[in-house]
Design a protein. Structure first.
Length: 335
């Protein structure tokens, strides 16, 4: 490079643009017989020629605008005014873009810019690559500048592969009933963002880890759970549950003869949370009282096997919906 700037006019001018670290750049002024020239260069080192009209400069790596100053002393030892000019060491702004964390099996994009040539560790020479993330991955990218052919840099990209959320919830295999207030609990990380999509319920969409919900109709119901973790990884789960209606059946006879068939008097129920049953004899005396939904009356009172007869009962029950049921009638005991 051979650049001239004028001595004699006191002015400043940008006379050159160079790359960081560019060596052996020549600068010259008009040569006058018998004159000497004192140079001063910021941002670079005068390699040769100080005292003459021509110097060579090795520029340093720091980008920015730097001054070159020269003072001429003529043959009669008169010193002129300093003349300043400026050289721009242009910045080479290499940059990389990549996700530090991504989800397993996601296709991610990694890129570099600011250069003219690119070389990835997988051999690709484009500025941008797409990869499917299977595991924690380490990539390298070498970026070079064509304008400054000797300038390049290598960057390392470490990408963590994040697992998706664990999508599970309870209750799982229980029976559910119309109008029942049901509590569903998310079993994954409490930091996950959880969305529930519900069919035939009081609310069709809820964003919360744990929910209380009531189903308004019977039959098959779809519950879809969508979870997103802190890294944006998503997974979902859909379950089908069966919603039944509450009901309670009171038999009108039983045969406590020990044959294992219809040996006890007990209500048959679905969706019923609690039962209270009282049995009376024909004189109104309480001969059996129970709050059990598993055990019924076996026809015995105070250790005595009662004879065949019609016995009165009073039954109250509460369903999971909160609804109350009341029944009064007679049960016939056969032997």
């Amino acid at each position: 490079m051979y650049l001239i700037f004028i001595v004699g006019e006191v002015r400043s001018q940008i006379i050159d643009t160079v790359c960081p670290g560019e060596p052996n750049v020549m600068y010259t002024v008009d040569q006058h017989p018998g004159s000497s020239y004192q140079w001063d260069v910021s941002g670079g080192i005068i390699k040769s020629g100080n005292g003459t009209a021509t110097i060579r400069v090795d520029w340093l790596n720091q980008t920015g605008l730097y001054r070159i100053s020269v003072i001429e002393k003529n043959v009669v030892n008169c010193t002129g005014n300093p003349v300043n000019a400026y050289v721009l060491i242009k910045g080479i702004n290499f940059q990389i873009n990549y996700p530090q964390v991504a989800c397993i099996n996601d296709t991610i994009m990694c890129s570099g810019n600011g250069g003219d040539k690119y070389l990835w560790s997988n051999g690709d020479t484009s500025s941008m690559i797409r990869i499917r993330l299977i595991q924690d991955t380490l990539l390298s990218l070498k970026i070079s500048s064509a304008a400054c052919a000797f300038l390049s840099d290598t960057f390392m990209m470490k990408i963590k592969a994040s697992k998706g959320p664990i999508v599970a919830f309870t209750p799982d295999d229980a029976e559910f009933y119309k109008d029942q207030n049901i509590y569903f609990k998310y079993l994954g990380n409490s930091q996950d963002k959880v969305t529930w999509l519900l069919d035939k319920s009081s609310v069709s969409r809820i964003v919360a880890n744990n929910i209380n919900v009531t189903f308004m109709d019977t039959g098959q119901v779809y519950i879809k759970l969508i979870a997103v973790n802190n890294f944006g990884c998503k997974d979902s789960l859909t379950k089908i549950i069966n919603i039944k209606d509450e009901n309670i059946f009171i038999p009108n006879a039983f045969t406590p003869n020990g044959d294992g068939l219809n040996d006890v008097f007990i209500p048959v129920s679905h969706g019923i949370k609690s039962v209270h049953m009282v049995v009376f004899n024909r004189w109104g005396e309480e001969i059996y009282v129970s709050d059990s939904m598993q055990e019924g009356w076996n026809g015995i009172y105070k250790g005595e096997v009662l004879s065949p007869d019609a016995y009165g009962y009073s039954i109250s029950a509460v369903g999971y919906s909160g609804r109350y049921y009341y029944f009064n009638g007679t049960i016939t005991l056969f032997r």
